[in-house]
Design a protein. Sequence first.
Length: 419
Amino acid sequence: MEHPVTPFEFKSADSTIALLRDPYRFVSRRSAELGEAVFETRLLLRRTTCMTGAEAAGVFYDPARFQRAGAAPPPLQKTLFGQGGVQGLDGEHHRQRKAMFLQINHPDRVEALADVVTREWERAVADWAAPDQVDLYPEVQRLLTRAVCEWAGAPLSEAEVDLRTRQLTALFDAAGDVGLGHLRSRAARRAAERWAADLIEQIRSGQLAVPSSSAASVIANHQEPDGRPMAPRVAAVELLNVLRPTVATAVYIIFVAHALEANPAWRERLAQGDGAEDMAFIEEVRRTYPFFPAVTAIVHEAFQWRGHDFPEGRRVLLDLYGTNRDPRAWEDPERFDPERFLGDDRDPFAFVPQGGGDPAVHHRCPGEPISTRLMGIALDQLVRHLTYTPVRPAAPIDYRRLPALPKGGYRIQNISPRH
């Protein structure tokens, strides 16, 4: 007979393969089996504590207990995040770098990006009317690349668009792969950083004139706590930390399209509405669909929580996907119901699709307003400005893929502008 699992420990030599097989649901399912919000296991042979739920998120985002320096696994540092970027900083260094990103993502600048993205949607829709079918995911990647590079002060020639789209997409779409996929992502990271570093140096030397409010200019002129500018390679990492997440919103946009087809009553309700409920629909998409599975930190100072030891230096994994669907915080969490977001009465740590806490202080994504604004533009286009038929409506989501997407992609046909 198998020995019972202790309340806090998953009895396994290493859970890396189990995590890779089910990256979004591994922590929440194991937590449910144990009946605990926290348990220990090994990931990449390193002892790791896994946490899920709103209460766990509140603990995780306490800067007195956790640090981010050294938390991200090396494979992700060399693909998704880059080395030297804001995700791995703590203390005053982090606060100053985060302030830079909040300046870049000021509401006026988000609206400026929204204008460019809307124009690119209109341009793309005109092109999509000719082919028999269009795969929406790569098409949205391309239009977002065009838009964000123009807005950020990283101008692209027409011949460059496909190359930069592939590079920026590889930073998030292949970052979690193993084997050749991971190697392609690392190669894309190196090439994209060279391109971005060259842009930074051209701006600093006066060879390239860009608006002072643009992301590239703000990053090029940012001063570190010691009063010096960032090294060109680090500045390149931070510029990519603006471009990459914006293009990654293509994943969320596919989920918007998928949710519209899976919930036709809501599609009709939104089509007939005045836009007041669009954000509630978007937030429910972010709550229920799998975008980023988890975030990591390192215990800064030893403490106990729920009778469990968190020793200094321990890597901790916070389950984002499971927290957003935790039955302790959400009634009937598997049900898609945007009306949950028509009010404001909810625990801020129960909803953490792109991290939790205060974006100005904690390691919450400062680009969240961009994500939700661009999802809103996509929703408006799909519901009110475009007619189409999905080739495989509401196809099941492939949870083994990182990032998760509908199985077989999301192809549409019979496309025409709605007048």
